[in-house]
Design a protein around this ligand. Structure first.
Ligand code: SAM
Ligand code: SF4
Length: 266
C-alpha cells in the first residue's frame, strides 16, 4: 500500500516481547521498565494473523525484534509459523546475540532467513558497561553459530555516540571486515527528544524512504518510531488498525514519549 506521501509500505517490524536479559544504557533504565502483563502480550496465533493481514495489504518484509526476541518462550515455534505463511520475501530478526549459540541453528531450521546482531564494541569491559551485565564472549559465540547456520548476510548493528570514527566503532568495523559481516552504524537516538538520523549502512532513520510499520508486543500498530500515534488491533481489528496506521503515517518523525526502544524494538 502507498501512504499519503507515495511511500510503498511493505515492512513490518514485530516486537515479540518487552523483556530483555540485558540493560543497555541507551535503551533501558538500570532497574528495567514496567513490563506488560503476560495476558497483554500477543499470542503466536495473533501475531500470525497480523502478518497474514499485512501480506494482503502489501507487507513482504518481516523482522522480529524486542526487547530481546530470544527470551520469548518457544520463539522458534513462532518463526516456524511465520515462515509457513506465503508472501514473506525477507524474514529476519534483530537480537543482542547472547543466546544465539543455542538458537542459531533451530532458528534457521524453522525458516528464519537472516539475522542482525547488536555489537557496539569489541572490549569486554566496555560491553559490560554498555549492557550493564552482558558477557561479550556469548555474542562472539552467537555470531559464529549464526555463520554456521547460514543466517546470511549477518549484519552488525553498532550504536555510536556521535560518529563512526569513534575507536570502538572502528574496531567493530575492522572485525566485521575480517569476518565477512556487514556493519551498520546507528547514531544513538532519543525518542522523547526526537533525536534521530540516518543509519550509516542501512535504510533506517530516512523519513523520505521509510517503508516501515511496527507492531508492539501488546498489539499496537505504529506508523512511525518517532511519533505517539498507535492503532490497537484489539480495539479496531487488524485490518482497520493497519489502514489507519498507513493513512496517518507522518511525513517525518518528531517525538515519541509513549514508547521506549525496549518495547518498540528500534
Ligand atoms: N534486543 C535486541 C538487540 O539489542 O538487538 C533487539 C531490540 S533492540 C531495541 C534493537 C536495536 O535498537 C539494537 O540494535 C539496539 O542497539 C538499538 N537501540 C536501542 N536503543 C537505542 C538508542 N537509544 N538509539 C539507537 N539505537 C538503539
Ligand atoms: Fe535489551 Fe536490545 Fe535494549 Fe539492549 S538494546 S537493553 S539488548 S532490548
Amino acid at each position: 500500500m502507498l501512504d499519503r506521501f507515495n511511500r510503498k509500505i511493505n515492512y513490518l517490524r514485530i516486537s515479540v516481547t518487552d523483556r530483555c536479559n540485558l540493560r543497555c544504557v541507551y535503551c533501558m533504565p538500570d532497574k528495567g521498565v514496567k513490563l506488560l502483563r503476560h495476558e497483554e502480550i500477543l499470542s503466536f496465533e495473533e501475531i500470525s494473523q497480523v502478518v497474514k493481514t499485512g501480506i494482503s495489504l502489501g507487507i513482504d518484509k518481516v523482522r522480529l525484534t524486542g526487547g530481546e526476541p530470544l527470551v520469548r518462550k518457544e520463539i522458534t515455534e513462532l518463526v516456524y509459523m511465520l515462515s509457513k505463511i506465503r508472501g514473506i520475501k525477507d524474514f529476519a530478526m534483530t537480537t543482542n546475540g547472547t543466546f544465539l549459540e543455542k538458537f542459531a541453528q533451530p532458528l534457521a531450521d524453522a525458516g528464519l532467513q537472516r539475522i542482525n546482531i547488536s555489537l557496539d564494541t569489541l572490549k569486554p569491559e566496555i560491553y559490560k558497561k554498555i549492557t550493564r551485565c552482558g558477557d561479550i564472549t556469548n555474542v562472539f559465540k552467537g555470531i559464529e553459530a549464526a555463520n554456521k547456520a547460514e543466517l546470511l548476510p549477518i549484519k552488525i548493528n553498532c550504536v555510536v555516540k556521535h560518529s563512526s570514527i569513534e575507536e570502538d566503532a572502528q574496531q567493530v568495523a575492522e572485525f566485521c571486515k575480517k569476518n565477512n559481516l556487514q556493519v551498520r552504524f546507528i547514531h544513538e537516538m532519543n525518542l522523547e527528544k526526537g533525536n534521530f538520523s540516518k543509519v550509516e549502512g542501512g535504510d533506517g532513520g530516512d523519513c523520505k524512504i521509510c517503508n516501515r510499520l511496527r507492531l508492539t508486543a501488546d498489539g499496537k500498530i505504529k506508523p512511525c518510531l518517532f511519533n505517539n500515534l498507535e492503532f490497537d488491533i484489539k480495539d479496531l481489528g487488524i485490518e482497520e488498525a493497519y489502514k489507519r496506521a498507513i493513512e496517518s503515517k507522518p511525513e517525518s518523525g518528531t517525538i515519541n514519549n509513549y514508547n521506549k526502544f525496549s518495547n518498540i524494538g528500534g
